[in-house]
Design a protein around this ligand. Structure first.
Ligand code: ATP
Ligand code: MG
Length: 722
């Protein structure tokens, strides 16, 4: 260009500069964590705008989350000096899909005010269709079919495209008809589901080449972050928009890291990276190798770990961030998860005394149920925290439902609790009954539960509702009587069993159900440290009250999945135990794919850290009130000794004669084995473990029976994305 180079280019290394300045033609940036991929995209946009190559509205930029989109917008504004008015086409695949559909929905039969159905709506609708087809919806659950449709849509398959075998899989070969019927019904309702936000635009562009051409003209530059986690439908969508006829500019830039592909379970296809070079011939592939985020120890640990995966494209990574004061990655052991939360709390307070901000610290968990222990502990300590990418533990649907039962048992006048659970699970006590109860209670100024007891003596309700209500009242009377003399955890379990609430989730075929059951178990577990049901309820109301002000200095708690793309000074990674991480489900799966995805998740976790990375494992987890001894995660063994140290092992080193139990160097870290007498069960457990040890030594993954997460076979998703 000749002129003075703008400031925003000054700090870039040569490869980054090339990625920013190669504005013409397809570009693929394939690079490891923390190498500045996102920064390259941001700077590229700033450069395009600054050099007047396009208006903000002519740039299509895709991020993985809405949060990432907001942040990117802010950074661009900083780089170009705040002059950007909006970037209408910067967002997630879904948000951009909505926008396209609001404009052109009529081409697939939707009016611009169409509604987007959530999962519950979708399931209700499918159920109606299944019934209307004369099928038994118990035999052919709507939820299962909703899952199939979701999978098809992730693969970009409409009703006409589904493979024969797939079509036969549901309702004796009627899957395809049902799928057609479902889509037709959505159109009638002027509605679409999440998958349609991609599927409809694809269909629109395919059927209307002129319109597609118009968008080719509009989108002069296309950019995609976290490219490794695009699914097939997203790729088809992208290719339609980015692939141009010969001679037309084809300015598409995707950045990604195959080692960070962690959404395979949701249909992401890491092979899209390979497809890119095929579909966009002449693409310039740029590798970034310098990591700007992490210390040498953190990077070394992460690189060594991920090297255990086979299916990799292969990359080198180095960092200049090394300082004699840098600490190694620390591996800590705790007796159990309560101990773990306490220890991490202490570590955080110590950092805080050293003037570190809570904002710079994060706890990244494998499964969302792990959060509860930290939330409880931080409330006790008065440490601010925020949960990112999902509700806080006590705000989850199933926890609120269960809590409503407990509240009503402890406090019969809790009308909100009553309304919440009177028909959960479904007992035929619908809106009409609830309204009648409401009016009755209001007129007499009594609580609804009391009103219910009165009203069944009258003939205000239909006999069926009266009978159902009678049962509810009987149950609550029984539980109230038990409140004083039954151990409260026992009572809680009894309530959830007898009310049918646990069964409701056991019979639920949705992907979330296993996670919800896990959370319910964790809820019962969390009650153990309290004297009584009332004490527990009081504690929870305090936790719920804890501030979640955005501006507050607070520790972040989130799943590993939602930590993608983020960075923190200090990262805590708890729960590195076999069966939890790698998760049992990945071990149950045949083949290496599941395990390799878990390992990538571990890589994502470690590489979020700039300066300090603390990994934790516990030697006992309590499941169903029973202690289960656990094995340290195999990922710990895969960390290099040069970059990792086992923290505070001197006082806790135990090693109580477990024969050949020395294969993992972290077995030594069995904490507090001296300070606790080894109970009989534990010794038995250790022996049992020895017996399976050979097996485990080969890492075949079958011997990991002790945690029990997978025993009941939850195949769903405890984990959350976005
Ligand atoms: P991930 O794979 O985790 O998404 P990434 O490759 O997108 O990582 P960025 O988040 O863009 O990496 O960058 C990591 C960190 O390094 C950021 O704090 C960024 O500001 C910084 N960084 C990137 N490039 C440079 C550079 N040339 N000079 C200084 N800092 C840089
Ligand atoms: Mg990034």
């Amino acid at each position: 260009d000749g002129g003075k180079r703008p400031d925003y280019l000054a700090g870039l290394n040569p490869e980054q500069t090339e990625a920013v300045e190669t504005l013409e033609g397809p570009v693929l940036v394939l690079a490891g964590a923390g190498t500045g991929k996102t920064r390259v995209l941001t700077t590229r946009i700033a450069h395009i705008l600054n050099t007047g190559r396009a208006f903000p509205s002519q740039i299509l930029a895709v991020t993985f989350t809405n949060k990432a989109a907001r942040e990117m917008k802010e950074r661009i504004a900083l780089l170009v000096g705040g002059a950007v008015e909006g970037m209408p086409w910067l967002g997630t695949f879904h948000s951009i899909g909505v926008k396209l559909l609001r404009r052109h929905g009529e081409l697939v039969g939707l009016r611009s005010d169409f509604t987007i159905l959530d999962t519950d709506d979708v399931i209700r609708l499918i159920k109606q269709i299944i019934q209307a087809e004369g099928l038994d919806d118990k035999r052919w659950p709507a939820k299962q079919f909703a899952g199939m449709i979701d999978t098809w849509k992730n693969k970009g398959l409409g009703p006409a495209d589904i493979p024969e075998g797939d079509a036969r899989a549901f309702a004796n070969g009627r899957g395809r008809d049902l799928y057609f019927a479902y889509q037709a019904r959505l159109t009638t309702l002027n509605a679409c589901d999440f998958g349609d936000l991609l599927m409809h635009p694809i269909a629109i562009f395919r059927k209307n080449p002129d319109l597609l051409k118009e968008y080719h003209g509009r989108f002069r530059y296309i950019l995609v972050d976290e490219y490794q986690d695009t699914n097939t439908a997203q790729y088809m969508w992208l290719r339609l928009l980015a692939q141009r006829s010969k001679g037309e500019p084809q300015n598409v830039c995707c950045v990604g890291d195959d080692d960070q592909s962690i959404y395979g379970w949701r249909g992401a296809e890491v092979d899209n990276i390979l497809r890119f070079e095929k579909d966009f011939p002449g693409a310039k592939v740029i590798k970034l190798e310098r990591n700007y985020r992490s210390t040498e120890h953190i990077l070394g640990a992460a690189a060594h770990l991920i090297a255990h995966n086979e299916g990799r494209l292969g990359k080198t990574l180095f960092t200049d961030r090394s300082d004699p004061d840098d600490v190694k990655v620390q591996v800590h052991a705790s007796w159990d998860s309560e101990e773990e939360a306490r220890a991490i709390g202490e570590e955080i307070e110590q950092l805080q005394r050293g003037k570190h901000l809570l904002n710079d610290m994060a706890i990244l968990v494998r499964a969302s149920f792990q959060m509860r222990e930290f939330e409880d502990r931080f409330v006790t300590l008065g440490l601010n925290y925020r949960v990112i990418g999902g509700p806080r533990f006590y705000e989850r649907l199933e926890i609120r439902d269960a809590m409503a039962y407990f509240r009503l048992v402890a406090q019969a006048s809790d009308d909100l609790a009553f309304e919440r659970i009177v028909n959960t699970p479904k007992r035929g006590l619908g809106d009409t009954t609830v309204r009648a109860l409401h009016d009755y209670a209001r007129a007499r100024d009594i609580p609804m539960l009391a009103a219910a007891a009165d009203i069944i003596e009258t003939d205000e309700l239909k006999p069926k509702a009266r009978k159902a209500l009678f049962d509810v009242i009987q149950s609550f009377r029984r539980w109230q009587e038990l409140l004083e003399n039954t151990p409260h955890t026992e009572l809680a379990e009894q309530i959830l069993e007898e009310s049918g609430y646990t069964d409701m989730w056991k019979n639920d075929k949705s992907a979330e159900a296993p996670g919800r059951l896990e959370n319910l178990k964790e809820l019962i577990r969390s009650m153990e440290s309290f004297e009584s049901m009332r004490g527990f309820l009081e504690h929870v109301s305090l936790v719920m009250d804890a501030e979640t002000n955005e501006n507050l200095d607070a520790v972040s708690i989130m799943t590993l999945h939602s930590a993608k793309g983020l960075e923190f000074d200090t990262v805590f990674l708890p729960g590195w135990e076999e069966g939890l991480f790698p998760h049992q489900r990945s071990l149950d799966e045949s083949g290496r794919a599941g395990l390799e995805e878990e390992r990538r998740l571990a890589y994502v976790g470690i590489t979020r850290a700039k300066h300090r990375c603390h990994i934790w494992f516990v030697s006992n987890r309590r499941i169903h009130g029973l202690w289960q001894s656990t094995l340290p995660s195999r990922f710990l063994d895969e960390l290099p000794e040069t970059h990792v140290e086992v923290a505070e092992m001197e006082q806790s080193y135990g090693g109580y004669g477990r024969g050949g139990y020395g294969q993992s160097r972290f077995d030594k870290a069995e904490p507090f084995a001296n300070s606790y007498s080894t109970p009989g069960w534990k010794r038995a457990q250790a022996n049992k473990t020895d017996a399976t040890r050979d097996n485990w030594g080969t890492r075949s993954g079958h011997a990991v029976e002790r945690i029990g997460y997978g025993e009941s076979g939850p195949k769903g998703r405890t984990i959350e994305g976005e």
